[in-house]
Write a protein that binds this ligand. Sequence first.
Ligand code: DP6
Length: 325
Amino acid sequence: MNRSAKARARANIALAKYWGKSDTQLNLPAVPSISITLDPLTTETSVEFSDALGRDEFSLNDQPALAAELKRASALLDRVRGEAGTGARARVQSKNFFPTASGLASSASGFAALAAAARAAAGLAYDAERTSALARQSSASAARSVYGGYVELPAGKPGDASLPARQLLPAAHMELCIVVAVTAEGRKAVGSTDGMTHTRETSPYYESWIEAAPRLANEVREGLLQRDLPRIGRAMEQSTLAMHACGLAAAPGLVYWQPATLAAFQRVRELRDQGVEVYATMDAGPHVKALCLARDAVLVSRGLSEAPGVLRTILAGPGTGVEIL
Ligand code: DP6
């Protein structure tokens, strides 16, 4: 076997957060999540299966990947090899076209692009649901990046290996913008996977979070359907604060925030007090992502740039799903 393929996928930001797993083996989320797939934050990945290779090879941004990254990629490739009935090893080359040191997670776009490229290279016909379920087993947020626009990943029942995300609404449904306020350089302290396990094992608020999250996802979904930014934004802020409150109460507490995180968050509330429709969300890191109408993006970006500790801002808007190149 000697075949190659290349795919492009975009990052996404969750409006309603995924935090916690119902099945760690199959990497199934314990709560539903809803996200926007974002342009221009893209990853391109090529996969070449070759009988001449003795083991999988993985380069990330022109550097050999870390052992843990290679292991995670090989696990995905093993599933593809299983479905395609081949034992050929693969050469994987992946590049992020994010602004340098943006501090944005690349695992969602990375695993979505890898899943699509690996399936195509193995000769499997394109199937969005299977690609999404495959990406989900590597990183649940990656299941959402397979689709464009506004995307939902439902909670999974333990054992349901085939769970995919699904597109709720296309990118053109609403002219929204995400303004990322970058507050620090470098990698995050505790990755999402470890953070979730730690929260489930030690936070007294974990069950409350699992109970509250579906209602917040419903609010975000209804707000999107009605193109009601305040409704989306209020639920989005509650989702992120509830997720962080759950992590803060873990032992020891998970504190992803830096002083600049709170300064930027506060700035969003000040802008809102001044009449701008803008809302904030934070993931497993110190950056703040502000959600606003596209027409207010420059105003919001300027406001956030003035918050103490904000290094720069990045503007992104709804983008399309995975593409085979
Ligand atoms: C806070 O998808 O990175 O960004 O499935 O363990 O790889 P794994 O976790 P991951 O978690 C993302 C968590 C989040 C919220 C979200 O994107 O929904």
